[in-house]
Design a protein around this ligand. Structure first.
Ligand SMILES: NC(=O)c1ccc[n+]([C@@H]2O[C@H](COP(=O)([O-])OP(=O)(O)OC[C@H]3O[C@@H](n4cnc5c(N)ncnc54)[C@H](OP(=O)(O)O)[C@@H]3O)[C@@H](O)[C@H]2O)c1
Length: 298
């Protein structure tokens, strides 16, 4: 990542209107960020991306775009590969040719869930879904180049601007269901590291500042089941409401998902950035939504 200005950067953000992209735009306040909407720049259109890079001349390109509807990827593996692997490869090449830093985001779904402890970067990936395979392919394609991209794996992202493909976050949904008096049933045998997009955005900025390259995990700390996560989100939102634990087997979905996919961000911590715990992630999220007091105060 030669030539990267760290105090203030010019950044080309692809997928900047999504959960993570929104937090990057909100939090990288010292940087100049150019974030054309999807309608203007499709990551699959290499000529358009090249023209943008030549016009903007960014210090870094951050790719937050993905086809990450896991069940749709299972039905459309060609599209999953086109967006999550082939397009990533092309943008990585364009950055390589221009000596521009390149960051792309990957997923806990590259793992099969057989681990008994949170996954570290050196653990062997073994994806169970077409989505996971396509994201792993994107990682390997980006990392093989001489300039070495930065690949940041994360997990269960939620942010103030919900993913357009869903329209709400997991936390929003449990709060809305409780307020509507609907039954809430959440799996208690699937463990992950749900991650607030605001924390992830700061971690990526830190890695860029440190000129990091290669593979890093960045997820809110501490494995948690989705059931325990929902219970804590309601508690922090000040809503007393029952959450029924259910087994994942009762939730029929086309794509297989890992039962355990918590990520260990120790490599990032060793560099000097401590990802907050999952409870702090909920706190920061509810605060950003105006649903909670100042983080750290109850
Ligand atoms: N969400 C999760 O739980 C999760 C978990 C692990 C890893 N990740 C990874 O984290 C990254 C960011 O996820 P996110 O939750 O921020 O996603 P998101 O909210 O769905 O945002 C994705 C962004 O990419 C844009 N986009 C989609 N396809 C595009 C294309 N072909 N060309 C250009 N832009 C395109 C979308 O624009 P439109 O909405 O206008 O199409 C949107 O701005 C992704 O790489 C994802 O795989 C996510």
């Amino acid at each position: 990542m030669a030539g990267l200005a760290v105090d203030t950067m010019r950044v080309a953000l692809i997928g900047g209107s999504g959960q993570l992209g929104t937090e990057i735009r909100r939090r990288w306040t010292d940087d100049e960020i150019v974030a054309p909407p999807h309608a203007e720049i499709d990551i699959e259109d290499a000529a358009a991306v090249a023209a943008m890079l030549d016009a903007v001349k960014p210090d870094a390109v951050v790719n937050c775009a993905a086809f990450h509807n896991v069940d749709r990827c299972e039905a459309e593996p060609g599209r999953a590969f086109a967006v999550n692997a082939v397009a990533v490869d092309r943008v990585a090449h364009l950055c390589d040719e221009r000596s521009t830093a390149f960051v792309t985001i990957s997923t806990d779904y590259v793992f099969d869930g057989a681990s008994a402890r949170p996954y570290v970067e050196t653990d062997r990936p073994a994806p169970l879904s077409a989505y996971g395979v396509s994201k792993l392919a994107g990682e390997l394609l980006a990392l093989r180049l001489r300039s070495r991209a930065l690949v940041v794996r994360t997990c269960g992202v939620y942010g103030v601007r919900p993913s357009a493909s869903k329209g709400y976050t997991f936390v929003d949904r449990v709060i809305a269901q409780a307020r509507a008096g609907e039954p809430i049933r959440i799996v208690n045998d699937v463990t992950a590291s749900p991650t607030f997009a605001g924390d992830l955005a700061l971690a990526i900025r830190f890695l860029l500042e440190r000129r990091a390259s290669g593979l890093y995990h960045a997820a809110n700390a501490g494995p948690v089941t989705w059931h325990a996560f929902a219970v804590e989100a309601l508690r922090q939102a000040g809503i007393a409401y029952p959450v029924e634990p259910i087994p994942a087997a009762s939730w029929k979905a086309p794509a297989r998902r890992p039962a355990f996919s918590a990520l260990d961000s120790g490599k990032l911590r060793a560099l000097g950035f401590d990802m907050p715990g999952w409870r702090e992630g909920i706190e920061a999220y509810l605060y950003a939504l105006g649903l909670a007091a100042v983080p750290g105060e109850e």
